[in-house]
Design a protein around this ligand. Structure first.
Ligand SMILES: Nc1ncnc2c1ncn2[C@@H]1O[C@H](COP(=O)(O)OP(=O)(O)OP(=O)(O)O)[C@@H](O)[C@H]1O
Ligand code: SF4
Ligand SMILES: [Mg+2]
Length: 322
């Protein structure tokens, strides 16, 4: 068998055209994801990290084709997802699922926990009513929900338990690949650890592959084998966990890391914390998009966009001065 990555993303762009503000106004474009490429090996966790609005969720939604990418290609197990017709895509979705930050908003408040977890099986017309019930009971056990909770409604669960329902629902169709979009950001710290450990245990048991999104570097370090740091729709640094945290290169990654004072990430004390606002994604700065906030900016940064280049094996950085 060829040891090909499970997920291959090439030159993915997703732009949102906004409506004209008025008849003679100019329609603006949001460059939410702007030419990013990455791969995820089977059974691995690939982390996407960056500030709010940098394009993490849009990347995830584009990978799953929950939003239509503007260009580029996404292959899951060598199947080009962009080539699938609507009915083929519906059926293919059983291989790829998503767990959101706030499962409450994606759950029918009038459906019981059992019905919520069973829904993907019903949509895919899997098994009989009896066999689906048995499957749901098994999924409940896997994610640590009790059998007597099956007939409760979403509002009767705590945030952590609701996230367990969302994970069970994601697992129902037997996917190989799951996107976890900020799966613990809305939870208390003590509960966060339980859900993260659950995700890791399930990954081992089921050989799952994760695209794991967070704005929290400590969680990314805990969960991910390989990491990409995003800024304004682009990947500015990507490396395996060890290399990224021991040998951080990009000024933006350094700034993200220096925001976690309790952990020594080999970031020099001179590394500045992030200051200033992120520029508008409708009008990204020329040259390096980070130049308006970077403590190391020089002339070339304002004119030429730095491309990702290898600084060592499996470690790439887009910075003129790295
Ligand atoms: N449907 C849409 N139409 C227009 N603009 C959008 C749409 N969805 C996202 N955007 C914009 O695209 C950019 C990237 O948004 P995205 O939600 O992907 O960021 P994010 O990194 O997930 O942020 P957060 O950490 O807050 O979840 C933002 O500027 C956002 O306002
Ligand atoms: S290219 Fe220049 S502005 Fe951009 S991160 Fe590197 S030093 Fe900073
Ligand atoms: Mg998001």
């Amino acid at each position: 068998m060829i040891d090909r990555p499970l997920l291959q993303v090439e030159n993915l762009c997703t732009y949102f055209k906004l409506p004209k503000p008025h008849l003679f106004g100019k329609a603006a474009t949001v460059f939410a994801v702007d030419d990013i490429s990455f791969e995820i090996s089977r059974g691995q966790t690939f982390g996407l990290v960056g500030e709010s609005g940098c394009g993490k969720s849009t990347t995830a939604m584009s990978v799953l084709r929950l939003v239509e990418p503007t260009s580029g290609s996404v292959k899951l197990d060598n199947q080009d997802i962009g080539q699938l017709k609507a009915d083929e895509l519906r059926s293919f979705r059983r291989h790829m699922q998503i767990v959101f930050q706030d499962p409450y908003s994606s759950m029918n408040p009038r459906a019981t926990a059992c019905e919520i977890v069973e829904a993907p099986l019903k949509i895919q017309r899997v098994g009989t009513s009896k066999s689906r019930r048995a499957k749901v009971a098994h999924l409940f056990k896997m994610v640590g929900l009790r059998p007597e909770q099956r007939d409760l409604f979403p509002h009767q669960f705590s945030g952590g338990q609701r996230q367990r329902i969302a994970i069970a629902r994601a697992l129902a169709s037997g996917p190989q690949f799951i996107v976890c979009d900020e799966p613990v950001s809305a939870l208390d710290v003590a509960i966060q650890a339980q859900i993260l450990n659950l995700l890791r245990r399930l990954q081992e048991e089921l050989n799952l592959t994760y695209l794991f999104i967070s704005h929290d570097m400590a969680i990314i370090q805990h969960m991910c084998d390989h990491i990409a740091v995003m800024y304004m729709g682009q990947i500015v640094e990507t490396a395996d966990r060890r290399s990224l945290f021991l040998n951080v290169q990009h000024p933006y990654t350094k700034a993200l890391l220096s925001a976690i004072p309790t952990i020594d990430f080999n970031v020099k004390p001179s590394s500045k914390r992030l200051e200033g606002d992120v520029p508008s994604p409708m009008d990204p700065p020329e040259g390096c998009r980070f130049h308006t906030r970077c403590p190391m900016t020089e002339d070339v940064c304002k004119k030429e966009m730095p491309l990702l280049r290898a600084v060592k094996e499996n470690h790439f950085v887009a910075c003129h001065r790295a």
